[in-house]
Ligand binder design. Structure first.
Ligand SMILES: [Fe+2]
Length: 314
């Protein structure tokens, strides 16, 4: 696929008149990363999450240890990648620069966020434990707004997460975000339910041609053979970002996550766009598809229904 031209920044799009009708934010009272929750509360949280809502924890703070505030400065980023990353089993961060003490400090900070996030998910969703796998953790210490990127990488446009080179084969993307900036809110837009989004764009997607998945793996375009699920999800990501009319007019809401707040979403299901904000932490957890109890709203269920065949056969 050829690279499409860079379009005008989407930050000029205005929320539509219907914006107030959508409310996907579900505030939660918890203040601890291993909170006390009843079985009824857990069932409600899981239902909301799997239906595509944002579980929002306004008072769940991730606190700095003395000296760690300095890592909010983007000078610790190596300049090549926008994030400082820690892979699940690594003992050093990637994408960072600084003294050995700085790099060790960054590892300690990011690792602690990974541990806290996983504890939160395990506590709130014990049914997921046999099906979950810790993936990457990142510190994103740079302002979002005004970054020059191609339309496809422009995360200020509403999209669902999907990776060109890293097929998920149906694994779900559960993400724990935290606004670690002490002063500035993290501003997101979130959009209509996945089913409504899919109805508009799935008819514009196409399947793979015979041998395409094998060839892409052979050429190292993908890390493993891409499934039809990944192929369709990637097109949905691109179609949404490329359509400025959709960006402007789809039912959506803007929400400001204040400093010190945490939120959890399925980022492969929730239409989201990160508009402004200076520093965020993010933990990704992969979830095997059999963990999902809601067979109505998940991307796999929606695509299977629309295309008339199961999406997760390999
Ligand atoms: Fe995203």
């Amino acid at each position: 696929m050829s690279e499409a031209p860079v379009l005008a920044p989407s930050t000029s799009t205005q929320p539509p008149a219907a914006a107030g009708q959508l409310n996907l934010i579900r505030p939660q009272p918890y203040t601890d990363w291993a909170p006390q929750v009843t079985a009824e509360e857990r069932a409600m949280l899981r239902r909301e999450l799997e239906q595509g809502a944002v579980l929002y924890f306004p008072n769940l703070n991730f606190r700095f240890q003395p000296g760690e505030e300095r890592f909010l400065d983007s000078r610790y980023s190596d300049g090549k990648s926008k994030n400082i990353n820690l892979r699940a089993d690594d003992t050093a961060v990637r994408g960072a620069q600084g003294s050995p003490q700085d790099l060790a400090g960054l590892y300690t900070l990011i690792r602690r966020y990974a541990d806290n996030s996983e504890t939160l998910v395990r506590t709130l969703f014990p049914e997921y434990i046999p099906h979950m796998m810790r993936a990457g953790t990142s510190l994103r210490p740079s302002e979002i707004a005004g970054r020059p990127v191609s339309w496809r990488k422009d995360d200020t446009r509403l999209h669902v997460d999907s990776f060109p080179s890293n097929p998920m084969l149906g694994k779900r993307l559960l993400r724990v975000f935290h606004n670690i900036d002490p002063a500035a809110p993290r501003v997101w837009r979130v959009g209509e339910p996945f089913g409504d989004f899919a109805r508009k764009f799935v008819p514009k997607t196409h399947g793979m041609w015979p041998g395409q998945a094998s060839l892409m793996k052979l050429l190292h375009i993908t890390k493993r053979k891409r499934s039809e699920y990944d192929h369709r999800m990637l097109q949905l990501h691109d179609l949404a970002k490329a359509d400025l009319d959709y960006q402007a007019n789809v039912p959506q809401q803007e929400f400001q996550f204040p400093p010190g707040s945490t939120w959890i979403v399925f980022s492969d299901q929730l239409l989201h766009a990160a508009m402004r904000g200076r520093a965020m932490m993010e933990q990704t957890i992969y979830l095997a598809p059999q963990a999902i109890s809601d067979h109505t709203h998940s991307p796999e269920a929606v695509l299977s229904r629309m295309l008339g065949r199961p999406m997760l056969v390999s």
